[in-house]
Every structure is written in C-alpha cells, then in structure tokens.
Design a protein around this ligand. Structure first.
Ligand code: GUN
Ligand code: ZN
Length: 407
C-alpha cells in the first residue's frame, strides 16, 4: 500500500472542480483505495507542496512529428508537404523511430500526461517500436499506424491491401496486450485514403469494437479538395458515415468548420470530436465553435496535435483553449475538465481514469505550486491553466506506479 499526502484538485464536471487540501491518498493494486483527511501512524510520501491532479489526457497527438514542433509553414497543406511528410519518412529507419519514441514518451511523462492517443507514421515497424517503448516506459497509450493509400507522396504511399493488413497485424499483436495499451485504426483523412480502404477499416473496427481516429474539417482548402474528390456525398462527414468509420469509438480530430447536418451525423453516431487549439492557431485553421459543440451534446476533448500543436504540454493546450475563442469565454474549470475527465469520457474510460476517485486507477500528476498554502481553489486552478508552462511536475503516476520523479 502506497500513501501520499497532497492537495487534490479534482474535476467533477465542466463547471465544477473540487479542492481537498492536506489529504491522504492510498493506492493499492494500481487503484485509489481511499481518500481521507487522516491516517493511522503509517509512512507516507509527502507531496504537500504540490497539487495532485488526474493524469492529463491527450486525445490526439502525432508521435512521429515530435522533432518538427515549431517548424513554421503558413497553412495545413504546405506544412504537410514540406515539413510533416518528409519527417514521417525518417521513422522508416528503426533507430530513428526508437529515438523519437523514447524522447516523446519521456517528455509526456514529464508533462504529467498519462494517457495519449497517438498517430505514428505509415511504417509498421515504427508503430511496433512506439508500442514497445510505451510498454517499457509504463504509460497508458492508444497507438495506431497512420494509413494513406492515395494522393500521397510516393515515399509514404501504401498499397491498400498492405495498409489494411499491416494495421490488422498490429491490432492483433498489441490491442489490450497489457492493461495500458490499445490499438487505434488511423486512416489519416479522406484526401489520402481510398473509399475501399476506409470501408475495410470500418467493417473490421466495428466488428472488433476498436478505436478509429482521423481528421475532419480542419481547413477550408481541405474541405474544397474533399468535395472535389468525393462529389457524390453531401458533405465531408457523410463520407466517413457512409464508409462506415463513424461510431462511439471514433475520434474526429478538429471538426472546426462543420455545418448543422454534419453535427447531426456525429451526434447520431455518437462519434467524438477532438479539439486542438494550439494547432488551430499555428496552422491558421480557424476557430473551433466551442460553445456550439458543447451545446450540441457531442462529447469532445482537448489535445495537443503535436506537431500541428507546438507543445506536448496539456497545460499549454488548456491555456490555448481559453485564448483561441473570440466570443466565448472558456473557464479554467472547462479547460481542466476537457483535459482530464472529458478526455476519459471521449475514450469511454471515465469509469477507470480522468478523476481522483476511490476505485479508479491511480493515474496522477503532482504539480509543484510555490506558496501553495496561501492559495484558494480558484487561484490554484487558474494558475494551473494559465501558468502551467512555468510550473514543474514533481511526479507522475500511471496505474499506481511512479513513472516520473523530478530529480
Ligand atoms: N490532416 C492530415 N494529416 C494531418 C496531420 O498530420 N496533422 C494535422 N494537424 N492535420 C492533418
Ligand atoms: Zn492531427
């Protein structure tokens, strides 16, 4: 049994956060066994100088793009062609792929992120290596091989059948291999995936109840191209619906420029939207209709979208979610919720992770906050969201195991 003394900041809903100062958390068999004000003469780990939050959840991030963070291009397509695609090619080399994966997961743990949903590159071995590294490092991760079988540079282009079979092979090998690892089918987006490929993925993933992730309606040029490539469909979202890749385990990156009909399809199929505010700034993609999506009842969450996003830190993402809106004020409570419990809900894992409650797995991040005893809940939360980049993570735990400790 591990006992920790700390100050808990816990998301309850998108507008409510609970604060429990000077509290003991006991952890047994990977889970939170108790949360109490006192303990009987036992040894404990003292993190009283820190705030304890649920491990942060990044629901959309590209591992193979980790080294090109901050490499500027003025729009999505130029950035993909000049920066992202050439970088993804580099992870064809297993040595390079291993180094990126090691640096990526090390940085995630240091940033207090305990769960992430990851695209790798179109190379099977790079995806294998990402899983091996995630396993070694003890993180919770849902990982997939990026799929692209048309309209792509020769050096990334896959044969349709090979793309599908390699993904199935990776799924069979890694999905639920450990309690922390799962597979996500990852057709990149409609412009680079054939209808046949998307259909095959849809059929297989629905049958196996597997996750699917893709990009949707991020950029106006992308939408124009999709209309040209798929003329028989009413809109972008309908393509994914008719080809069978929407459902409760489908994660749609961005969804900035959707019309009401498209939102209806997403709601009806219980698909999820992933909002990546830093990336939307960086690539000038537009303003995510935060209030509208929230009111629509569609589940959504926050993500870094590195390297469209410049930083792996979900503290940075929370802040950007607040900054990116022009006419709606995203509160610190909302930003915190969509990076924790909201992320867990999108992954249908809210019974296991996302908040600090007895019975849930102990995925925790301890954030050192100077002068902590003189601060009220509101101020602590606000500092966490807006000064997160300056604050240091003291320790990170995944399923009760200490995976990072600041030296
Ligand atoms: N659309 C298709 N691929 C990508 C990608 O790698 N990043 C972002 N931001 N959008 C995409
Ligand atoms: Zn992305």
């Amino acid at each position: 049994m591990l006992i920790i003394k700390t100050n808990i900041l816990n998301p309850i809903s998108s507008d409510k956060v609970e604060f429990l100062p000077d509290t003991f958390i006991s952890i047994s068999n990977k889970k939170i066994a108790s949360i109490s004000k006192t303990i009987e003469n036992q040894d404990f780990t003292d993190y009283s100088d820190s705030v304890c939050i649920p491990g942060l959840i990044d629901t959309h991030v590209h591992l193979s793009q980790y080294y090109v963070r901050g490499k500027h291009n003025s729009n999505l397509f130029d950035w993909l062609d000049n920066c992202t695609f050439p970088e993804e090619l580099k992870s064809k080399d297993p040595e390079y792929a291993r180094k990126v994966a090691q640096d990526f997961f090390t940085a995630l743990k240091k940033a207090g992120t305990t769960t992430s949903v990851i695209y790798t590159s179109p190379f099977k071995e790079a995806c294998n290596i990402a899983f091996e590294t995630a396993e070694e490092m003890g993180v919770r991760a849902i990982i997939g091989k990026t799929m692209m079988d048309t309209n792509s540079p020769e050096y990334l282009l896959e044969d349709t059948e090979t793309s599908f079979l390699e993904s199935v092979e990776l799924f069979e090998k890694w999905n639920k291999k450990t309690e922390l690892l799962e597979y996500v089918f990852s057709p990149r987006f409609a412009p680079v995936c054939s209808s046949q490929l998307m259909k095959m993925i849809g059929e297989f993933a629905q049958k196996k109840k597997a996750y699917i992730q893709t990009h949707l309606s991020e950029n106006q040029d992308e939408i124009k191209l999709v209309k040209k490539l798929f003329p028989k469909y009413k809109n972008y979202t309908e393509i994914y619906e008719k080809l069978g890749i929407l459902g409760p385990k489908t994660l749609l990156g961005h969804g900035i420029h959707l019309d009401n009909e498209e939102l209806e399809i997403i709601k009806k199929t219980k698909s999820k939207i992933i909002h990546c505010p830093d990336s939307n700034f960086f690539l000038k993609s537009g303003v995510f209709p935060f209030e509208k999506i929230k009111k629509s009842g569609i589940d959504f969450s926050l993500a870094s979208d590195v390297a469209g996003g410049t930083s792996l830190s979900m503290f940075n993402v929370m802040k950007m979610a607040c900054y990116r809106q022009d006419d709606y004020t995203v509160s610190p409570e909302e930003a915190f919720y969509y990076a924790t419990l909201g992320g867990a809900k999108v992954l249908e894992k809210e019974d296991i992770i996302g908040s600090i409650d007895v019975g849930k797995e102990a995925d925790l991040a301890f954030v050192k906050i100077p002068d902590i005893n003189n601060k009220e809940k509101k101020e602590l939360l606000s500092k966490l969201v807006f000064l997160g980049n300056e604050l240091k993570i003291k320790a990170t735990y995944v399923a009760g195991k200490n995976v990072y400790e600041k030296s």
